[in-house]
Design a protein around this ligand. Structure first.
Ligand SMILES: Cc1cc2nc3c(=O)[nH]c(=O)nc-3n(C[C@H](O)[C@H](O)[C@H](O)COP(=O)(O)OP(=O)(O)OC[C@H]3O[C@@H](n4cnc5c(N)ncnc54)[C@H](O)[C@@H]3O)c2cc1C
Length: 379
């Protein structure tokens, strides 16, 4: 790592989604001179289309369970630091599955979590109803798990709070400033970020946190960081989140009810999401209405027959080509972060990346996720 310690590093962080805002705010808090640049407004990318579940309980699309557990702990620290803010809820997850394959996957994942010291609590259907009286848990459901400490975050207010904290430490935000080009001094002395407006931001280090745009931003600088496109066979890249009208039943946790994710949203509304439904989407699917998700809700939560869908949004996930997070140096002055599960991971990534950049620590937790793994092997 080429940085000379002892100077106040000028760091340009590109991308003000949930990941970039965490990284930038943590760097500023630790004393760096940070400029955070976004093509649009903070939080308007994939982050705004997320279900924003903070979890390790879903089996997930790839194996980075340790990082997800660190993410949950990071959010728990934030809950304490921000004084239990209303935009963050960590009341746990209740999960069950009926189809035998899904139930077996859930059981296997619960065992993995137990091996990582994060064992979920096994409940009967009756005990689940005592916790969440609004649920309809079918009689033939044998196993329900409760995952302590998980939850969800309203990303808009969370980003606003983190930016406020960052600004108090000197962070400057340049919104509506799309980056056109990155350039690096040939002798590794400095970097410059050129905006579409023609303005240049000089920096000692550039940190790319542009999510699904990572490949297009970095390829001209000669960096390999492939991101999956919609339709890729490796993973479900597009997803839909739907918001209901206000409903009378109250739910306190995140519920993974036989494939349907349900969580409270402001004003007595519910937010719905289903990976199974996402897997049916193609480029030719008409704009989703959320009605398919609503139909699943009625079977899972009492008194929701009159609920309507107020909004449904389709969004593209930020998934690196091999499904694993990317975090590390790609060039002497360029550090890259890009990941799926970015909401869960963001506080952990903020702390680990800041430690690597400012404390000159090579963090073992990130060792598996270096961008160098994509470098093509010379013929
Ligand atoms: C349907 C769906 C459900 C999901 N559910 C969950 C969940 O429950 N839990 C979870 O942990 N994760 C979930 N995810 C994943 C999670 O939302 C993402 O991993 C996370 O939001 C990525 O954040 P980010 O900051 O990396 O990217 P983004 O939020 O996309 O931010 C990138 C930013 O970079 C900016 N940018 C891009 N190019 C440029 C440029 N050239 N110049 C300047 N700025 C630029 C963009 O404007 C954008 O603001 C879900 C994703 C989807 C789509």
């Amino acid at each position: 790592m080429p940085i000379t310690l002892g100077q106040r590093l000028r760091i340009a962080v590109i991308g003000a989604g949930i990941v970039g805002v965490h990284v930038a705010a943590e760097l500023a808090r630790r004393g760096a001179d940070v400029t955070l640049i976004d093509a649009a407004e903070p939080g308007g990318g994939t982050t705004s289309g997320s279900f924003a579940w903070i979890d390790a309980s879903h089996p997930g699309i790839a194996d980075y369970l340790e990082l997800r557990l660190l993410g949950i702990r990071g959010w728990q620290r934030q809950a304490a630091e921000f004084g239990r803010p209303s935009w963050l809820s960590l009341n746990g997850t209740l999960a069950w599955a009926r189809a035998s394959d899904d139930a077996a996957t859930l059981e296997a994942h619960a065992e993995r979590l137990e091996r990582h010291g994060h064992a979920p609590e096994r409940l009967t259907a009756q005990a689940a109803l005592e916790r969440e009286a609004a649920l309809r848990v079918a009689r033939d459901v044998e196993v329900v798990y409760r995952f302590e400490g998980e939850g969800w975050v309203q990303t808009g207010p969370a980003i606003a709070a983190l930016l406020k904290r960052g600004r108090a430490a000197g962070l400057r935000l340049r919104a509506a400033s799309e980056v056109r080009e990155l350039s690096f001094d040939g002798e590794g002395r400095g970097a410059a970020v050129t905006l579409m407006s023609g303005d240049r931001v000089s920096a000692d280090v550039v940190v790319s946190c542009v999510g699904r745009w990572t490949q297009s931003l970095l390829a001209p600088a000669g960096v390999e960081a492939p991101m999956l496109r919609p339709g890729s066979p490796e993973a479900v890249v597009q997803g839909v989140v739907a918001r209901t009208s206000p409903v009378s039943p109250r739910i306190g946790s995140v519920i993974l009810a036989d494939g349907l994710l349900i969580r409270p949203e402001t004003g007595g509304r519910l937010l719905l999401h289903s990976n199974g439904y996402d897997a049916t989407l193609t480029d030719h699917t008409a704009e989703p209405t959320g009605e398919e998700l609503l139909a699943l809700l009625v079977d899972r939560v009492r008194d929701t027959k009159r609920a309507r869908i107020e909004a449904a949004r389709r969004c593209v996930r930020a998934i690196p080509g091999d499904l694993l997070p990317i975090a590390g140096w790609a060039l002497d002055r360029l550090y890259v972060v890009a990941t799926h599960s970015g909401v869960t991971l963001a506080p952990a990534l903020g702390e680990l990346v800041a430690a690597e950049l400012l404390a000159d620590e090579e963090r073992e937790e990130l060792a598996r996720f270096r961008p160098g793994r994509f470098r093509s092997v010379p013929a």
